[in-house]
Design a protein around this ligand. Sequence first.
Ligand SMILES: [Zn+2]
Ligand SMILES: [Zn+2]
Ligand SMILES: [Zn+2]
Ligand SMILES: [Zn+2]
Length: 145
Amino acid sequence: MAGRRKNPWLDPNKEGRSKGRRGKRYCARCGNTVRQSRILKNYNLCEFCVQEMIRKKQKNWVCQGCGRFAPEEVKAGRGYCRQCLCPACGQPDPTAIRKFGLCLACAKQAGVFCLRCGQEAPAQVRKNKGYCDRCVSSVRSTDKL
Ligand SMILES: [Zn+2]
Ligand SMILES: [Zn+2]
Ligand SMILES: [Zn+2]
Ligand SMILES: [Zn+2]
């Protein structure tokens, strides 16, 4: 992926002052103008509305896993952003993916990550049925309790 990260917000110093089309940019949801709040260029949404959507985990706008505002990714991923979908099978599993880079099912199948700490330790994980040497003892002791 190439290209620099562009500023997603309209610049009020440029946008709000001019007359005509560019001067009339406002939030499509609540009607705030670019002079009242920052507005996302691509969606015509003001900062307050974006924050409210994030707080409510608004469907189709905000990832149901990590709570990131990423409408395109969320629409493509049926509620989850790209970062919360398993790169191997496409299933959403935000917690496991943050740890293993894979969903829990794929991480188990791969058999190289400790299911407790996420460390990559193929030999230990195979030997201890899913856990590294460091974790297997504490897992066993909690099992007994
Ligand atoms: Zn708004
Ligand atoms: Zn996400
Ligand atoms: Zn997976
Ligand atoms: Zn471990």
